[in-house]
Design a protein around this ligand. Structure first.
Ligand code: H2P
Length: 832
């Protein structure tokens, strides 16, 4: 045998050779090499999709170079790492993000131009993977970008859904869901299939007790085994060598094919297990879908968590460390309750596989896990039926009972005979059937519980889990969300990015948006104002072009662009917005030519998906499109009002919409939106906010000055009282709102029956979301928007001030706080 060192030396030499090669090979040559040898399309004409793929493969080589270096550096240094467990990621397109983070944009822009294409056009060929529902998934991707940029040794773990969030089409004004087979038609150049990394994951089966000395040990046996196969996506930091890993698990059969069944002539049965196994990572669940496919969803959660923990434990063992050191080497962040089953699974591994005693295992586990809560909406607080858990994960159910038993003993010791407290604090809800409250399990089993904005954390403490906060006040903390300035400013808004680089004397702002504050002092500078307005115009023209191409509606960039984009949900109140638009339409129709001459023309932009089973949300989409059809087709209204609904909202579309907004709406019923993150993106791009005092709007108002925002509506602390009053004595409906109802009922926007459910929810329901209550103050705030908009200098001044005061809302700040206060993590910069 040759000595090992020889191999190492030889590999070093090859590596240096490869690096030299990369350095000298011009971009064109590298891209064409991939066209010829990877895609094997030497004799065909060059098409944009081919060229995109070849470009991506060329960039990928540089990415992989950094990634493998980083990973082996981490292995040598063996620092503490963080594992971010999330069932959702909204990554967005990768090509330009990677090029920018690697700092090779000039080379690639020139190289691609030499081949006769524009880099941006090629970038648009990339399919935008939608492995998430909304803010929660996008936050996870912003976090991964920040962790890499800040050189934290971090892993993002998740599921590689074959079908992500559905593709939304609008047909006859209504949403139609089409499967989003994002992997179809091409290889995904941004992932590496790790055939060397896979784990078995068990379901069902039974628990077997064995006596060991005077102890009983439990073994989980039988059932069904599924294989978790790793797919890695390198996550590059911005202008740093550090390149982290997002590891997504894909499910497949442990035994590909049942040859015995096949030989016995049972053709379908032969591949049955494969089909069942593959269904686990087949589809992403929409988050407002409460009932469907409960068992499959729980299977997804356990599948992803089990593979992840096996991976974590394997890594710890590779570095020859005992499990007792786990909390010193790994922090695990649970993104919402979705991965909470990780707590009993880690306990099972430590107790049943590694033979630790309960007390030690529990101490290791709680010091490792931390949990983030993202909502106080009851529909999103997961509860799993005990019978389902007993069947699917019998050992875990036993462990959950044991955790609960010990936890309740502690409660009893501190508050003797307080049965009310006991039942509030129990992990098990004594209903029929009994349910496991995953959020309570997550809090009991973690050392940190955080909300995502100040007001939200307050509500988590006081309204959602007051008894738990009472028991462990030190566990609860706030980490206000943030967004990455790389994707949401540098990439999405090239004209504003260029302006900032010029006025701030360099690109330092990209990793430190606090620097934008310098601009505040120059907000009245006419040169800055003029350039600022010009940049906004470029973005508005880009969106106007998109609207023209996709909706066939012509809009003027002189109009006020008023944007409302996010998941369609009653609490986010797209309905309130469209009702106010009907009112605006009524006002325009009744106005004299002189009055019309003074009106501000508006373009109302909506986008967002409604969960497939969410009836009312889908009716709201229908209403928006029906109003749009009438308004846009009314020549009498002309350019004063245009309404568009842009189909299939996703990260890429957000990148076009956000930089173009004059106003964006964040108008949730106060107390219901945990944070919101698009509000941050809009403000950072110089859009003004029309919003309620909810979520992060409150902190944004503090940062930029409340007078630079248009605020309306009930305060969070008043909503309960208002609902009670309303139920006792319904107040009279605002006349303008009544007129809006009458128009809809009279069929102005199509058969009233189409919107009956919506009207009923407002008029005969309890108006839980307080639309009627907030309507007058909403109109007032809109009138104020119009008054300010006509004064261009004042408007731009506010726009500059808002953007320049958004420093706090970078996900770099958020991640630094998680690292310092929850994960206790050091940065590990990989040497160049
Ligand atoms: C949720 C909350 C938002 C929050 C986001 C990230 C679940 O996202 O509702 O208020 O900003 O998580 O913490 P969303 O509604 O956008 O799907």
């Amino acid at each position: 045998d040759e000595p090992l060192e020889l191999h190492v030396e030889e590999r070093k030499r090859q590596h240096a050779l490869a690096q030299e090669h990369l350095k000298v090979e011009p971009v064109e040559a590298s891209v064409l090499r991939h066209v010829q040898y990877t895609l094997a399309r030497r004799h065909q004409p060059l098409t944009a999709p081919d060229l995109y793929l070849a470009t991506a493969l060329s960039v990928r080589e540089r990415l992989i170079e950094r990634w493998t270096d980083t990973q082996s550096y981490y292995t040598t240094k063996d620092p503490k790492r963080v594992c971010y467990l999330s069932l959702e990621y909204l990554v967005g397109r990768c090509l330009q993000n990677t090029i920018h983070n690697l700092g090779v944009e000039n080379e690639y822009t020139r190289g691609i131009a030499a081949l006769g294409y524009e880099l941006e056009d090629l970038a648009a060929e990339e399919h935008d993977p939608a492995l998430g529902n909304g803010g929660l998934g996008r936050l996870a991707s912003c976090f991964l970008d920040s962790m890499a940029t800040l050189n934290y040794p971090a892993w993002g773990y998740g599921l590689r859904y074959r079908y992500g969030m559905f593709e939304q089409r609008i047909e006859r004004g209504q949403q139609r869901e089409v499967p989003d087979y994002w992997l179809q038609g091409h290889t995904n150049p941004w992932e590496v299939q790790r055939l060397d990394i896979s784990y078995p994951v068990r379901f069902y089966g039974h628990v077997h007790a064995v006596r060991q000395g005077c102890n009983l040990r439990y073994q989980w046996e039988g059932g069904e085994i599924v294989k978790a196969q790793a797919f890695d996506s390198p996550i590059p930091g911005y202008r740093t060598r550090n390149t982290n890993t997002m590891r997504l698990w894909s499910s497949c059969a442990w035994d590909e094919f049942d040859l015995n069944a096949f030989n016995a002539g049972q053709l379908a049965a032969a591949s049955e297990a494969r089909v069942r196994a593959e269904s686990i990572s087949a589809v992403l669940y929409p988050n407002d879908h409460t009932d469907a496919g409960k068992e499959l969803r729980l299977k997804q959660q356990f599948f992803f968590v089990s593979a992840t923990l096996q991976d974590v434990v394997r890594r710890l063992k590779r570095s020859r460390r005992p499990l007792a050191e786990l909390p010193d080497k790994v922090a695990i962040q649970l993104n919402d309750t979705h991965p909470t089953i990780a707590i009993p699974e880690l306990m099972r591994i430590m107790l049943d596989v590694e033979g630790l005693e309960w007390a030690e295992a529990w101490s290791i586990s709680t010091r490792t896990f931390a949990y983030t809560n993202h909502t106080i909406l009851p529909e999103a607080l997961e509860r799993w039926p005990v019978p389902l858990l007993e069947r699917l994960l019998p050992r875990h159910m036993q462990i959950i009972y044991e955790i609960n038993h010990r936890h309740l003993q502690e409660v009893e010791a501190r508050w003797p005979h307080d049965t009310e407290r006991l039942s509030a604090l129990s992990i098990i809800e004594e209903s029929f059937p009994k349910m496991v409250r995953m959020a309570v399990l997550a809090i009991v089993g973690s050392h940190s519980v955080n909300g995502v904005a100040e007001i939200h954390t307050g509500l988590v403490r006081t309204r959602l889990f007051p008894q738990l906060a009472d028991m462990w006040p030190e566990r609860f903390n706030n980490k206000t969300n943030g967004v990455t300035p790389r994707r949401w400013l540098l990439l999405a808004n090239p004209s504003l990015a260029a302006l900032l680089t010029k006025w701030l004397g360099g690109q330092g702002w990209v990793t430190d948006i606090e620097r934008l504050r310098i601009l505040k002092a120059h907000a009245a500078n006419p040169d800055l104002q003029q350039e600022w307005a010009a940049s906004k115009r470029v973005n508005k023209l880009r969106l106007a072009d998109y609207i023209q191409r996709h909706c066939g509606v012509e809009v003027s960039a002189d109009a006020l662009f008023d944007v409302h984009v996010k998941r369609i949900h009653e609490y986010k109140r797209q309905l309130l917005n469209i009702l106010s638009i009907v009112h605006r339409y009524n006002v325009i129709k009744a106005a004299s030519p002189e009055e019309r001459a003074h009106m501000v023309p508006h373009v109302k932009v909506f986008a967002g998906k409604a969960a497939a089973g969410y009836y009312l949300a889908k009716r709201v989409i229908h209403l928006i499109n029906s109003v749009a059809a009438v308004v846009n087709g009314d020549p009498d209204v002309g350019p004063l009002l245009k309404v568009v609904f842009l189909a299939n909202y996703n990260v890429s579309l957000a990148e076009v919409i956000i930089p173009a907004s004059d106003i964006s709406q964040h108008i949730s019923t106060a107390g219901m939106e945990a944070s919101g993150t698009s509000n941050m993106k809009f403000a950072l791009n110089g859009g003004l906010i029309l919003g309620t005092m909810d979520g992060a709007n409150i902190e944004i108002a503090d940062a930029i000055g409340r007078h630079n925002m248009f605020v309306f509506g009930a305060a969070a602390e008043d909503t309960d009282g208002l609902r009670r009053e309303m139920a006792y004595q319904p107040p009279p409906t605002d006349e303008r709102l009544q007129q809006v109802y009458s128009c809809i009922e009279a069929g102005a926007f199509g058969p009233a029956s189409d919107f009956r459910a919506i009207l009923d929810s407002l008029q005969h329901g309890n108006d839980f979301y307080l639309l009627a209550h907030d309507f007058p103050s909403y109109l007032e705030a809109q009138a104020e928007v119009d008054r300010v908009f006509v004064n261009k200098a004042d408007w731009i001044h506010r726009s500059i001030v808002s953007a320049s005061c958004m420093g706090r809302f970078s996900s770099d700040r958020t991640i630094s706080e998680y690292a310092a206060n929850i994960w206790h993590l050091e940065a590990v910069p990989c040497p160049e």
